[in-house]
Design a protein around this ligand. Structure first.
Ligand code: KG4
Ligand code: ZN
Length: 351
């Protein structure tokens, strides 16, 4: 099955062409136009600007994906598009474009949930991966554990009650004055902090909710880190004072340590409760080197097989949407021309 996939849920306009069949999982092209430089000026994604940037670039991104794969629309069997969750104005650009293409070229259209797409990135690097498995999706909008019973049925067994891990990384990075988005810069700074023995310099509250659930809460941790930074600056006598290098490293490493420990703590509980044998770690924050190492150590200790996509498939991209579109198409989950976009999972048929 040759699939053209389109992703525009947040601030990346992306398109990919994939060849998917029994035993064949090949990405022929994957084009991502990032808006990060535009949103960096504002320190965060500005929804209206994101929608406008998508509409400007979507045609050239899709055209590039087709030409890089050396195909035309005539060679495409199925069009897959992200329809939820995400920024509504951003999603509508991709959905409208995909609907237009499907209508003009008489192709079947497959709606894809963005979170399922993140998990599906794992199929592209592990041909042996088959549901059932557990998916730990850690991104800018989600930090959730799913029991994936079939490739298209995801049951949330735990998740954040407030902020997502990515939001906490970005907010802490911003308060420390790191370049936007803070996640990648925090990763590097934490590595220096760990190398210099500063992983325990500060004690911050764990994001693992202290109860029997598999839930997380990142808002208390985020606030504690920000308060700590303000206290240090007050002592320096200037609320905008640059933090000393050892303190910056110590905050990044101490914050990262509790995030990784907290995520792994609930993962252990999930493994006990659900007898997990197969795990996928995915989403933008799965690019974090410390989280990858921590989850991989935990999985090894628990005898769980782990698949983590490469960095290029962790952040938003359309190849992962194409991988999920394949399984949705096999399950007969096609959309008609009334397909709509949804900002949240609640309004979309998630399972
Ligand atoms: O999955 P994604 O690209 O978009 C959403 O679906 O939300 O995730 C973006 C998030 C941002 O918060 C970004 O800072 C974070 O992933 N991120 C990282 C790293 N690389 C990206 N967070 C921590 N460490 C990283 N290396
Ligand atoms: Zn994402």
């Amino acid at each position: 099955m040759r699939i053209l996939a389109i992703e525009s849920s947040c601030d990346e306009t992306a398109a990919a062409v994939l060849e998917m069949d029994d035993g064949v999982r090949a990405v022929r092209s994957s084009v991502v136009a990032s808006q990060v430089d535009i949103h960096a000026l504002y320190g965060g994604v500005v929804p209206e600007i994101a929608s406008r940037a998508h509409i400007e670039s979507i045609n050239s991104v899709v055209t590039s994906a087709l030409s890089e794969a050396s195909v035309t629309m005539a060679d495409i069997d199925v069009i897959g598009v992200t329809y939820a969750p995400g920024l509504i104005g951003s999603l509508l650009v991709g959905v409208s474009f995909a609907k237009g293409l499907a209508l003009a070229h008489n192709k079947p259209l497959v709606p894809v949930n963005h979170i399922k797409g993140h998990a599906a990135a794992a199929y592209l690097v592990n041909p042996e991966l088959h549901a059932p498995f557990c998916a730990l999706i850690v991104s800018g909008g989600h930090t959730s554990l799913y029991d994936v019973r079939t490739p298209t049925s995801f049951y949330e067994i735990g998740g954040t009650r407030d902020d997502a891990a990515g939001e906490a990384f970005d907010k802490v990075g911003r308060v420390m004055g790191l370049p936007y988005p803070g996640g990648a810069a925090m990763d590097k700074l934490a590595a220096q902090g760990f190398a210099n023995g500063r992983g325990e310099m500060f004690s911050f509250p764990s994001p693992a909710v202290p109860d029997d659930t598999l839930d997380y809460s990142f808002s208390g941790l985020k606030t504690a880190v920000i308060n700590q930074i303000h206290t240090i600056r007050q002592k320096l006598g200037d609320e905008h004072a640059p933090l000393p290098e050892d303190v910056r490293e110590g905050i990044a490493a101490s914050f990262t340590r509790v995030v990784v420990d907290g995520v792994c703590q609930k993962l252990r509980r999930a493994a006990e409760q659900y007898g997990i044998r197969e795990l996928v770690l995915a989403g933008g924050v799965a690019a974090n080197s410390h989280l990858r190492a921590g989850v991989s150590k935990t999985a090894e200790e628990l005898g769980i097989r782990l698949t983590v996509p490469p960095l290029s498939l962790c952040g938003d991209n359309a190849a992962m949407i194409g991988a999920q579109a394949y399984f949705e198409a096999l399950a007969g989950n096609f959309a008609d021309s009334s397909l709509n976009a949804y900002a949240s999972d609640e309004n979309a048929a998630f399972v």
